[in-house]
Design a binder for this molecule. Structure first.
Ligand code: ZN
Length: 363
């Protein structure tokens, strides 16, 4: 069926290998990290240090950057990378014409890496300032969200705040902007890449729930609602990734492994007694975490990844990325002699959904 030239060109462009395109245009190779394909460069925010893994390539069709938060298809990538490709149609034509923008020079790449590194160092500093400033007070709107909407037990929220895992900023965007100006400083926010010149407020304003890893070098800033616009990111990652969220439990022979800080706190609200870790930001794990915990006495890892079970309505195909990740991790752990057990939710959803079902039943 002839559907018009524009449509055909889009279809053809999207058939191209995204990984090949990005490797050629960015001059770096993609690699496997856990079960995912990663890259240390992004079509929008450029190159980062080797091993940052900030860009994720899904199914060779879409990319998502944990550095700048953007995502898209090969067409979006071309629009960022190729001068003159201001519209999707121009970009699609460029791709199908076999054009790939030339990779940048090693000198230029190193410049980008250095600039990115400086930005991340400032972000680490910003996180530490915000952490200190959020020790005094917990915002009531954030408290309400955690206790009412997410069903976490009040004791768990209080303890997580005392341990430094949680913090809160004013929920109102304008108030948060004033608060950030006084606590962090406008210049510092600009250096950290968190406040663009033309924007009325810093990126993290309006994301008042703050989740810190132990070192405070890395934090995630979260909204208090389910975004209706798919382009709105729930969480912004700030600082140096690479370590998980960590909770020391009373029984350190077991350790729960989850996909996020709030799932970890949901498991705690349901009474999980052991240690817990949650992957932060990039969603991928490092096997060294598990070796380190085993050295500290963990005998069994309880894997509680999300149950993402879904059926594609057009093809009837079943997929479950959370489960696939968990199977991959189980295989890796077993290959180095570590024991694990399946603790993922039996019903579709994450541990927080399981907690909410439990709360509903007891009402
Ligand atoms: Zn990026």
């Amino acid at each position: 069926m002839y559907t018009g030239q524009g449509v055909d060109v889009f279809e053809e462009a999207k058939q191209r290998s995204l990984q090949d395109y990005l490797e050629a245009a960015l001059g770096v190779s993609a690699y496997k990290s856990g079960s995912q394909v990663r890259m240390d460069a992004c079509p929008h925010c450029g190159h980062s240090l080797a091993g940052s893994g900030k860009l994720r390539i899904k199914g060779d069709r879409t990319w998502q950057c944990y550095g700048c938060g953007l995502f898209g298809s090969i067409i979006d990538a071309a629009m960022w990378l190729t001068p003159g490709c201001e519209t999707p149609l121009l970009a699609a034509k460029d791709i199908t014409g076999g054009n790939t923008p030339p990779a940048i020079s090693p000198v230029e790449r190193q410049k980008q890496i250095d600039a990115d590194n400086r930005k991340v160092e400032w972000q680490v500093w910003v996180n530490q300032r915000i952490h200190e400033a959020t020790r005094q007070r917990f915002d009531p709107a954030v408290w309400d969200y955690l206790v009412r909407t997410r069903g976490l037990s009040p004791d768990v929220v209080t303890e997580a705040w005392h341990r430094g895992m949680l913090g809160s900023m004013p929920a109102n965007r304008d108030q948060a902007t004033l608060w950030l100006s006084s606590v962090v400083g406008d210049t510092e926010l600009h250096y950290a890449g968190l406040w663009k010149e033309d924007s009325p407020s810093p990126w993290i304003a309006g994301r008042p729930l703050v989740q810190f890893v132990d070192t405070k070098q890395y934090a995630e800033f979260r909204v208090l609602f389910k975004p209706t616009n798919p382009k709105t990111k729930k969480s912004l990652a700030v600082g140096k990734p690479g370590v998980p969220y960590y909770w020391k439990g009373s029984n350190s022979s077991r350790c729960l492994v989850t996909e996020g800080c709030l799932e970890l706190l949901a498991a705690l609200s349901m009474g999980y007694p052991g240690d817990m870790i949650a992957t932060a930001g990039t969603g991928s794990w490092r096997i060294s975490w598990f070796k380190g915990l085993a050295d500290k006495g963990v005998k069994v890892f309880d894997l509680a990844f999300n149950n993402d079970h879904r059926v594609d309505p057009s093809t009837g195909q079943i997929s479950n990325p959370g489960k696939e990740c968990q199977v991959e991790l189980a295989r890796e752990l077993q290959s180095i002699g570590l024991q694990c057990a399946d603790a993922s939710p039996k019903e579709v959803g994450d541990i927080n959904d399981a907690l909410l079902r439990l709360r509903q039943k007891s009402q």
